[in-house]
Design a protein around this ligand. Sequence first.
Ligand SMILES: [Mg+2]
Length: 499
Amino acid sequence: MPAFDDSDFGVQAPTDANQIRKQASNNAMADGMAASPGSNIPIPGDDGHGSAVEVPATRSSISEASKYMHNLSVSPSQKDRRGSRNSFGASLPIPRSKRQSRLSVVNHADGRPTRPGMPPIQPTREILVSQVQTIEVQKVKAAKNMAFAFDIDGVLVHGDRLIPEGKRALDILNGDNELGIKIPHIFLTNGSGKPEKPRCEQLTQILGNPVNTEQFIQSHTPMSALAEYYKTVLVVGGVGYRCREVAEQYGFKDVVVPNDIIAWDPTIAPYREFTQQEAAMSRPRDFSKCNIDAILVFSDSRDYATDIQIIMDLLVSENGRFYTKAKDPVSQRIPIYFSQGDLLCPTEHWTPRLSQGAFRIGLEAMYRAMTGVDLERVVYGKPELATYKYADEVMTSWMEQLHGEEKLPENIYMVGDNPASDIIGGNMYGWNTCLVRTGVFQGGDNDENNPANFGVFANVLDAVQAALKKQLGDDFKMHFDETINPVLHGGENDNAAVV
Ligand SMILES: [Mg+2]
């Protein structure tokens, strides 16, 4: 079973907002987060106009290298209050509100806007739906006060393959229910490596239901907030140059990838065979004359040897400049961020494969061996608090898109297959958690360490139906009846016309 590299809530995070900001600011300076010596990191929110929110990290700054160097046990347990892997004792910036629509401007060819998250419907049905909803006021209110957050892999799909119950569950939430109402749902995945738009287009096709970028969070999505902190960043991981594309879409001004550095000086990575095609697509420059301000690991490394060498060179350099070596490895060290911390991930192979968390732990161990000090770093993704806070932001703005009400529903259901990320994160964030048996979890009645608080279900459809019945009544119908006559179905609105 895939497990997470979670660790303890070592250090109590401050609760007062000013204290958090002050501490974040102090830590940022102490940790050399400044873009250049003497400059200050702007703390968004101080002036009330920033576009990012800082979420306090939920654990201490100490790397996990020493723990894993002695003991490779990886069984996170909620009993031990595990669940986060961060970092600095500082904060994780997330975008203040919904992402800019530049990521997801979708219009019909004739210029009409699409109905985000909704399938095309016939006008007659629209009228009928509005009549039904006018009568069922209480149920409509309850339906607008609930929402779902879906993990994707192992819940709705297996890789590129649809889990059939996933399509049916989304059909219901997109209006095939007795109210004809759209029930808000977002997608919350630790997946990475592709821009949001093509990923959503691919999911739309597989799921047979619209997946809009405005309801979609992958591991590196909240990291777009870092664009206002750092100008020149090294982006690591993913296939080819795709993560450069992702970072540029997030608004990062100057995105460097490892291949740019190899193209400048191939001796940096002695074991790397650099193809002409790779050289043609890279953007070399004299990296001994400019600083990298931060390292962002967006996705799984495709070449551990090269990526670790380049990251290590930067971490021990003076403020992120190649061909230099810092006198003080801590104060002159540039910050490093990881988009998620999964140690393992399930694939077609019979046992899970090493993932970004394994890469990080290896790097932490090497850094400690080289410098004698722990590496401080920030990890985003489930089950980190910042990712869930960002999910709130996305859910609120999605509510506005669907129902014109910019508010966060009270009853949120997380449906996931991995107790060590989906469930522990949802539990700690106060969500109702549903564990499904179509993915990672293959256990008994419930997971022992991170039990789902709403229950364990055979598949996502069972989970969604149970949640709808809990909020909307046991008799709630999972189908919209086109032949319904609202007048005959018990309402005080006797004037409702029949279409
Ligand atoms: Mg999953």
